[in-house]
Design a protein around this ligand. Structure first.
Ligand code: MSP
Length: 509
């Protein structure tokens, strides 16, 4: 089995105003990366920042500083946000990194020399905030189909990438690789709205501003930011350099995780660049939906913006992670509100998980001074719990491989729900009244601790902070996926760690 896994998020436009929607892609990618690492894969999880283009040049101008000063300042905001969300990326690429700039320049020159890029004149419509070109037929009322803002007419000498040449090959590839674009609705949209009506060659250079990677053989031009940005997935691996072992090892990527509005770039322009470079295509591009508020995308200008760190400080990082992973079936749009965040946190994290750990440790302390023994006084009722614990990894594996993240979490929470039920059914408080049932009581407590351990081993990919706290409270180092094949890895005679409330119920203000 090939045990490598290369997963990417988009590289973000550096901003001082990241919102919870921006965190969405990255939290999901992080959980997938963590899950694969635990499952024995060598993982490369890459994110970064997309720092060139007219939009950034304008923002720097407004601030009265150079574009480089501007991006240096805001990139630290992304790094800080990912740190506060426990994002375990392996590489953080900036498109202003020298190596990236050099390789993009080489890619552009190579495509020009082999006549996949040619010089012409661009006349048409451009959306500066989205950095995207549109044809009049695509843009109704002169408005950007993606963001609704007014388009600018531009006319300039420019270089073009021959998308049209690769149109049939792309369509054939998409049709013969059913998993390449997911979910299927996005695949159909790409085929029917963009590829089948005919791909026009894409303008890939600009002369009206300077903040970009210059075309090496024609310095008046800077390379179109999407060519620059998409290339990040291979420039970071040393493509076209002497030091390309990572490229050899990790390319093609296993998964590009992207928001639905940029599926077009990742499933049309990017594959065509790769085909022109004679490189294999990524295994999958998954276009997820947006977190929205009352039907609208989150943004500072719409007034529904809050810095995600405010939520993290108020509710804890794992409440935010859990909401993003669990609330919305992956692929669809989902509504975000503080009320639904509170409901989710209370229902699952406080009432199910927090309550289970709290009750179990409380009983272990009360009845056995916090020392866990396995007296093995079994009853039939134990089998259900044990079977569930052992069979869960397989279900989670399947859901994770299909990117059904919310379902994978639900599988894990089934262990916690079942454990709570097991407490109600075995009634430890009644067993505690009868000294002859002391050994059975010890077994019940052992089974509960071992079930908590089973669930937490899986949960650590999603909620790393909470899982570390649970492992500390139950005082175990049996945390690897290798300890999920049988019930009983939890060591006998372990003294529990210090009890701590994981999630207190949040009362709505
Ligand atoms: N720079 C480009 C990507 C280049 S990749 C070669 C870009 N950047 S972005 O900062 O605008 O968006 C980064 C990611 O955040 C995208 O996947 C986008 O879909 C996602 N989100 C931004 N707002 C979002 C929501 N409200 N909800 C979910 N994801 C959203 O695009």
């Amino acid at each position: 089995m090939n045990k490598k896994y290369y997963i990417t998020t988009p590289i973000y436009y550096p901003s001082a105003n990241f919102h919870i929607g921006h965190c969405y892609t990255t939290i999901i990618a992080d959980s997938l990366a963590r899950y694969k690492r635990l499952d024995g894969y060598e993982v490369l999880f890459q994110t970064g920042t997309d720092e060139h283009g007219e939009k950034i040049e304008n923002k720097a101008k407004e601030a009265g500083i150079t574009p480089k000063m501007y991006v240096d300042e805001v990139v630290s905001n992304a790094i800080d946000l990912w740190k506060s969300l426990n994002i375990s990326y392996d590489k953080f690429i900036r498109t202003t990194d020298k190596l990236h700039e050099q390789t993009v320049s080489k890619i552009f020159t190579k495509l020009y020399e082999q006549d996949d890029i040619y010089k012409g004149e661009y006349k048409g419509l451009y959306c500066t905030p989205c950095e995207s070109f549109w044809t009049p037929s695509q843009a109704k009322d002169n408005l950007c189909p993606d963001c609704g803002r007014e388009l600018k007419e531009v006319s300039e000498e420019a270089y073009f990438l021959r998308l049209s040449k690769y149109q049939d090959r792309l369509l054939e590839y998409i049709n013969s690789h059913p998993d390449f674009i997911e979910p299927i609705s996005r695949k159909n949209e790409m085929i029917n709205n963009f590829i089948k009506p005919g791909l026009e060659d894409l303008c890939v250079s600009r002369t009206s501003f300077k903040w970009g990677i210059p075309v090496s053989f024609d310095q008046n031009h800077v390379i179109y930011v999407w060519i620059d940005a998409l290339s990040n997935y291979i420039t970071s691996l040393g493509y076209l350099t002497n030091n390309d072992e990572e490229f050899q090892k990790f390319w093609p990527a296993d998964l590009h995780l992207v928001g639905k509005e940029i599926v077009r770039f990742h499933t049309i322009i990017w594959p065509i660049i790769l085909m022109a470079l004679d490189l294999p295509l990524p295994h999958q591009v998954f276009g997820h939906g947006w977190l929205i508020v009352n039907g609208k995308k989150l943004s500072k200008s719409l007034g529904n913006y809050k810095d995600p760190r405010e939520y993290i400080n108020k509710y804890g990082v794992d409440a935010i992670r859990y909401f993003c992973l669990r609330e919305v079936p992956f692929g669809n749009d989902g509504n975000f509100s503080e009320e639904s965040l509170i409901l989710r946190t209370n229902a699952d994290l406080a009432n199910v998980l927090g309550n289970l750990v709290n009750r179990t440790i409380g009983m272990a302390e009360k009845y056995f001074d916090g020392i866990i023994t396995n007296t093995k006084v079994k009853e039939d009722i134990d089998e259900k719990l044990i079977d569930l614990a052992i069979s869960t990894k397989q279900k989670v594996d399947k859901n994770m491989s299909e990117l059904h993240i919310a379902d994978a979490l639900d599988n894990i929470f089934e262990i916690f729900r079942q454990s709570n039920k097991y407490i109600d059914e075995t009634t430890p408080w009644a067993l505690a009244k009868d000294p002859e049932k002391n050994d059975r009581l010890a077994t019940v407590i052992y089974n509960l601790i071992e079930s908590i351990r089973f669930g937490t081993v899986l949960l650590q990919a999603f909620l790393p902070e909470t899982s570390a706290k649970i492992f500390a409270q139950i005082n175990t180092d049996a945390c690897s996926f290798n300890t999920l094949d049988k019930f009983g890895y939890y060591k006998e005679n372990t003294k529990l760690g210090k009890k701590e409330v994981l999630f207190a119920r949040i009362e709505e203000e």
